[in-house]
Design a protein around this ligand. Structure first.
Ligand code: DGP
Length: 125
């Protein structure tokens, strides 16, 4: 079920539990601002989720309430993960689902990083 974009942050969401080390993940990157790990249900040869360490429900919440340091730290982390996986030259795709129409299922901001193959139509018809 897509999340309610107006709900307060849920400290028991699955990514909060991964951040606290209560649930495992296949970690590929970590710094002060972000954690990145393989998606449990990969949609491409490379499918990594990058999440901020701080408590933000969505891209909307993040871009309203995060500090400039948190925003720049998180966005730089996304770029670093792509570089570390050799995705810059062949290219890659970023996706952030937001709320009901975006079909966001986990209520902790995450950016999907897809790579390792050619992509075509941006939105399936
Ligand atoms: P979204 O629809 O944008 O909220 O995508 C949520 C993604 O999170 C989806 O691709 C599957 C992934 N996911 C859900 N639960 C887990 C988990 O426990 N571990 C990992 N690694 N990924 C998860």
């Amino acid at each position: 079920m897509p999340i309610d974009p107006y709900a307060p942050y849920d400290d028991n969401n699955i990514f909060a539990r991964i951040l606290r080390g209560e649930l495992p993940c296949k970690k590929v990157y970590e710094d002060d601002f972000a954690l990145a790990f393989h998606d449990i249900n990969p949609q491409a040869p490379v499918h990594i989720l990058v999440i901020p360490k701080a408590r933000y429900v969505s891209w909307d919440d993040f871009t309203i309430h995060a500090t400039d340091g948190e925003i720049s730290g998180f966005i730089r982390a996304v770029g670093a993960v792509a570089r570390e996986h050799g995705l810059v030259e062949p290219g890659y795709r970023l996706l952030a689902n937001v709320g009901q129409h975006g079909h966001q299922e986990v209520p902790h901001l995450h950016v999907h990083l897809f790579g390792g193959r050619q992509f075509y139509a941006m939105i399936p018809q």
